[in-house]
Design a binder for this molecule. Structure first.
Ligand code: HEC
Length: 145
């Protein structure tokens, strides 16, 4: 009896099956690769939607109010916390964070929270001689709105 007659799978069939499997797993890895590309595109897009944490910190540390009186108060008080990430204070110039704070409550509410203190912020943000005008100017400056 010739080998091809006993063998349930003739050589040709085996070959095409192998080819089929190869094609199948290749199709799989292409699919996986595409998923990875799409996922990383989404991730990158998400990161691109705002400045990085380092950029926000660098901006916070370089901004100074134009008005010399406001600048003096800011440098002496607010700046010590609002340019230091570890304090948990909203960073100066972090516009999206400040926009959220203002829309979640209101500028008046923020003013009240500075005067009464909030979380890690002591009352008056440590500027005991400041009045509403100064606090208002400081918030406008820090929020860059
Ligand atoms: C000792 C650190 C410190 C100083 C000084 C400081 N802040 Fe803050 N500030 C914080 C922290 C921490 C928060 C976040 C409080 C929270 O949400 O729990 C905050 C939050 C705020 C908020 C948002 C309040 C809200 O309702 O979410 C405003 C406005 C603000 N500070 C203004 C000022 C101004 C103006 C000064 C300077 C006169 C100042 N801060 C000085 C630490 C400080």
């Amino acid at each position: 009896m010739a080998k091809s007659q006993i063998d349930p799978k003739p050589y040709k069939g085996q070959y095409s099956e192998q080819k089929y499997n190869q094609g199948y797993s290749m199709g799989h890895s292409i699919l996986l690769r595409n998923i990875l590309i799409i996922a990383s595109t989404i991730l990158f897009t998400a990161c691109d939607s705002g400045p990085s944490k380092q950029d926000v910190l660098a901006t916070a540390q370089t901004l100074v109010p134009k008005d010399p009186v406001v600048a003096e108060i800011y440098q002496r008080t607010c700046r010590n916390c609002h340019t230091v990430e570890a304090t948990g204070a909203p960073l100066t110039g972090d516009q999206s964070h400040w926009a959220d704070l203002i829309s979640d409550s209101s500028k008046e509410q923020l003013l009240e929270n500075v005067i009464n203190g909030k979380g890690g912020m002591p009352p008056f943000g440590l500027c005991m001689e400041c009045g509403m005008d100064e606090f208002s100017a400081l918030i406008d400056f820090m929020s860059q709105q």
